[in-house]
Design a protein around this ligand. Structure first.
Ligand code: BJW
Length: 252
């Protein structure tokens, strides 16, 4: 059911009043760019692929070629995707209302950045980045680490010196989030007067906990999602609909 005009008008008022807004985004904001989500029943990646084999350090250690190949095809998808009206609405609003909006994303694509958003806080890394799977031996000796770009071609590429393997720069299950990004996200959640939670199931922590933090610190929380999410209980209002339709209407 599309949200009624009263709900949209109410949220527009909250946006106008908020000195600081944090936006927590998930895979759903990129769905209308053609990128699959993770947990949608039919089309989600986890409906077809096993996250334990493909999105964990144990899975990579067990079958690096399988994991590398899967990420190579997802990287192609990310490169081909284009930002949609939801990414653009956030970037355009922030450009006009400088310093008022922080985008915190769980997404590993670069669609917020390509739409023009700046200083995006990336909780789960960057799928287009390469990094070493193990700590580089040179780094362990306190020397500058080897550059993954100079790894010997292969699936995955390996270090000619020590055999270390290249992996995508994403955060897998059981791995810590980048400390600086998580700190910045928690600060944004604590300080905001309004948090928009857009296109996430709210199933993955610590990211999902940011909405609860915002609420605990007195912020209003609004969810933009066509379906129910695990964060609906913290929301002041749930706007049920697709992000690329609703965000332009909220932020016009
Ligand atoms: C639309 C739409 C449209 C569709 N418009 N909306 C506390 C409790 C329980 C468990 C834990 C806990 N704390 C930690 C854990 C463990 C674990 C976890 O959360 N597990 C749960 C699943 C049970 N968390 C971790 O392991 C994290 N690490 C950690 O906690 O480390 C601790 C540590 C500390 C010190 C040392 C060592 C460890 C890491 C989590 C990493 C998540 N990684 C992934 C993969 C990234 C790489 C890749 O892309 O392959 O990140 S999993 C996947 O889920 C991806 C996403 O960012 C993340 C969230 O998914 P998201 O974005 O919400 O997508 P969906 O599909 O779930 O939802 C899409 C939504 O969009 C749906 O609601 C749709 O309805 C909606 N939608 N169309 C708007 N048009």
């Amino acid at each position: 059911m599309a949200p009624d005009d009263d709900g949209l008008a109410q949220v527009r008022g909250w946006i106008a009043d908020a000195d600081r807004i944090a936006v927590l985004t998930g895979a759903g904001i990129s769905a209308e760019s053609g990128s699959p989500t993770f947990r949608d029943a039919q089309s989600g990646l986890w409906a077809k692929f096993d996250p334990a084999r493909l999105a964990s350090p144990e899975g990579f250690a067990a079958d690096p070629a399988l994991v590398w190949g899967w990420y190579a095809s997802r990287r192609d998808g990310v490169r081909q995707a284009q930002p949609n009206a939801a990414h653009r609405a956030l970037a355009d609003w922030a450009a006009v209302h400088r310093g008022r909006l922080a985008v915190v994303t769980q997404n590993v694509d670069d669609l917020h950045q390509r739409a023009g958003s700046r200083d995006v806080i990336r909780l789960h890394g960057d799928i287009l980045e390469d990094r070493w799977f193990d700590t580089c031996r040179r780094q362990e000796r306190g020397e500058p680490p080897c550059d993954p770009a100079s790894a010997r071609a292969g699936e995955p590429p390996t270090c000619a010196d020590c055999g270390n393997r290249v992996r995508p720069g994403v955060v897998w299950f059981g791995e810590p989030l980048p400390v600086a990004a998580l700190d910045a996200a928690e600060q944004a959640a604590r300080r905001c007067a309004l948090m928009l939670v857009v296109g996430t199931s709210g199933a993955v922590y610590p990211a999902a906990g940011l909405a609860r933090t915002a609420r605990r610190h007195g912020a209003r929380v609004v969810i933009v999602n066509p379906h129910e999410s695990e964060l609906d209980d913290v929301a002041d209002l749930c706007l049920r609909g697709p992000a690329a339709t609703l965000l332009p209407r909220l932020l016009a």
